[in-house]
Design a protein around this ligand. Structure first.
Ligand SMILES: *Cc1c(COP(=O)(O)O)cnc(C)c1O
Length: 255
């Protein structure tokens, strides 16, 4: 593979990854979740290494030195390029804002594991059709992104819409599999009660959907570098950690 990395850089990334995993294990142990209770990823919850705006060599280093398989990307073009250049057993998570006209490109990535940012029934249908056209052998996993904080700058559906959209996916999108719900917590949550209200709201959406649709075991994708431990305490099964693993990102230039 042509994406060479220095021994120093590889070691740095491996150490950071190990540090996050150790904190995850510690948090889940303290919470009393047996390692077998949520049998996903390497332990009790899945760690998605968010590699947006970082070079492919960083991803390859994490993959080769630590066996990390789950990586998250925000930009369609960048995801497409990296997926072509990097090992085919990497499990990609698309975590950026998904535009309808990009669904086709995303759906055509064979080792795409999940799209975490489906924010409406309409978008789900568009992605469903794109998956059909791409002849994916299995339904594509999706998370419904919920705007739990109500901030206008955040994307995602309202919590009150989640049941209806979930119903839509399950009943009309045969090429999608409803894996769970995703949120981006507010940067400065009021933790007076010890709980992040955003994560609590996402749990409530999960319960509402599971009751209404008579399904079980929906996942929760919540928690990033600053709040993944809190998210795990509140039931996250999928944390998305970027800067703690790969370092600060360059500012995104809007081309
Ligand atoms: C960038 C990003 C992350 C990772 O954020 P860090 O603070 O660097 O850990 C997680 N989730 C989403 C949706 C992101 O866009």
């Amino acid at each position: 593979m042509s994406h060479t990395y220095s021994a120093e850089r590889a070691e740095e990334i491996a150490e950071n990854l190990a540090g996050v995993k150790a904190k995850m294990d510690q948090t889940l142990k303290a919470k009393g979740v047996g390692a077998q209770k949520v049998p996903i990823g390497g332990g009790c919850a899945r760690l998605v290494a968010v590699s947006k705006l970082k070079p492919a060599s960083d991803i390859l280093a994490a993959y080769e030195k630590t066996g990390q398989l789950h990586f998250g990307e925000n930009y369609v073009q960048e995801l497409e390029d990296k997926s072509k250049e990097l090992p085919s057993d990497i499990q990609w998570h698309f975590i950026g804002s998904l535009q309808s006209n990009k669904c086709k490109v995303v759906a055509a990535i064979p080792n795409l594991f999940v799209v975490e940012t489906v924010d409406s029934a309409k978008k789900a249908s568009t992605l469903d059709k794109a998956c059909a056209a791409a002849s994916r052998p299995e339904p594509l996993g999706i998370f419904l992104q919920v705007n739990t904080s109500g901030e206008e700058s955040k994307s995602g559906m309202l919590p009150s819409e989640a049941v209806e959209v979930a119903q839509h996916v399950v009943s009309t999108c045969p090429h999608l599999k409803l894996t769970g719900l995703m949120t981006i917590g507010s940067p400065n949550p009021d933790l007076e009660s010890g709980e992040n209200p955003d994560f609590k709201t996402l749990n409530q959406c999960k319960t509402a959907i599971e009751e209404a649709l008579q399904i079980a075991d929906l996942e929760l994708s919540m928690g990033m570098s600053d709040d993944f431990e809190r998210a795990l305490i509140q039931g996250s099964t999928n944390v998305r950690v970027g800067s703690t693993i790969f370092g600060a990102r360059p500012p995104k230039t809007t081309a």
